[in-house]
Design a protein around this ligand. Structure first.
Ligand code: PMP
Length: 329
């Protein structure tokens, strides 16, 4: 390879880093945000007449999940203030969706991505990540997402100059990305939203959207939905009491937490597909269970729940059933 050919990738990388907006123009990254809001019509005929439940379909983002928003915000902010410079590798721990978002953004902007994650994440996620070009470092499934966090800290500790680590659990750009989510929801409900529900992983969605909604209307009530025990089967979610609590998560700013059983979340995920035509992941089922529980206790209100991703990443899990020659239900 001659000197010019060797220099080209770096020049290209620098050009992209100099102006993120110009680099994003005309790419799939322009599709991040502005997701649809749809109303639940069939699942809960027993709801009081003046109570509405709406779902924010974050799976419509280009990487297929809500995490495109904070990942792009964290990369943008770190480039702007010089934490992420050319030549560095993006490193983080992620249970999947944030990693997919990083890998997608890395593919568009042209930087390498390395990700630590528990070895038991779904095969779909592993294939998506590696085909976007990310390098995956697997950690012990028994240690869950905390094991991946500790591994990425160790890698960074050993070679601090090589990496930029967004650290989504402690990075204020994560919740900040959701001020836009809040504005969208406020506009899409014509300012009528009364209650907001999101399932918690890093807590970025519930904290940032909650904060944004309260700025627009201090009366909006904000609820987190979490797995009801530490050994749940809801990929992407954290049972806070038994986990390392993220720095961006402030439970005292919530109006309440709604625990959801794994099986109830799976059942709701299947019902959303079957009865509403909404094909989403298990954490969406969990948020819908919580939203309906909340809605049933109201006389009047507009409840909005976040559906963090689509169902297709979970094909190999037991959420989705298939029996030859039979409809599923
Ligand atoms: N659902 C899924 C499927 C996720 O991957 C995540 C992120 N880990 C969440 C919900 C929770 O989002 P947040 O990190 O904003 O709390």
């Amino acid at each position: 390879m001659d000197a010019l050919a060797r220099a080209m990738p770096m020049m290209e990388f620098r050009r992209r880093f100099a102006d993120v907006d110009a680099a994003i123009a005309g790419t799939v990254l322009r599709m991040v945000g502005n997701t649809p809001l749809v109303r639940l019509r069939h699942i809960a005929p027993d709801l009081p007449e003046r109570v509405e439940v709406w779902l924010k379909l974050e799976g419509m983002n280009p990487g297929g999940s809500v995490k495109d928003r904070p990942a792009l915000q964290m990369v943008r902010d770190a480039i702007a203030d010089g934490r992420f410079t050319d030549g560095k590798v993006l490193l983080d721990s992620t249970s999947g969706n944030t990693g997919i978002a990083y890998a997608l953004i890395g593919a568009v902007l042209g930087f390498p991505v390395e990700l630590c994650m528990p070895g038991n994440v779904s095969v779909e996620r592993k294939k998506i990540l590696s085909n976007y070009g990310a390098r995956i470092i697997f950690t012990d499934p028994m240690e869950g997402s905390d094991g991946a966090i500790l591994k990425s800290r160790e890698i960074l500790h050993n070679e601090p100059e090589k990496y930029f680590k967004p650290d989504q659990y402690n990075n204020p750009s994560n919740p900040k990305a959701h001020l836009a989510t809040a504005r969208e929801i406020f506009e899409q409900t014509g300012g009528r939203i009364t209650h907001f529900v999101a399932s918690i992983g890093t807590g970025g969605t519930v904290m940032g959207t909650g904060e944004g909604l309260r700025r627009l209307n201090p009366e909006v009530r904000v609820f987190a939905c979490e797995p009801d025990n530490p050994f749940h089967g809801l990929e992407g979610l954290k049972h806070m009491e038994s986990s390392i609590v993220p720095g961006i998560y402030h439970e005292d700013r919530l109006d309440g937490k709604i625990p959801v059983e794994t099986e109830a979340a799976y059942e709701m995920t299947r019902r959303l597909a079957r009865e509403e035509g909404i094909f989403v992941g298990q954490s969406s089922g969990a948020a819908a269970v919580a939203a309906l529980e909340l809605a049933r206790g109201l006389d009047e209100g507009v409840v909005v729940a976040v559906m963090p991703d689509r169902g297709d990443k979970y094909m190999s899990t037991r959420t989705w059933e298939f029996e030859e020659g039979k409809t599923v239900r």
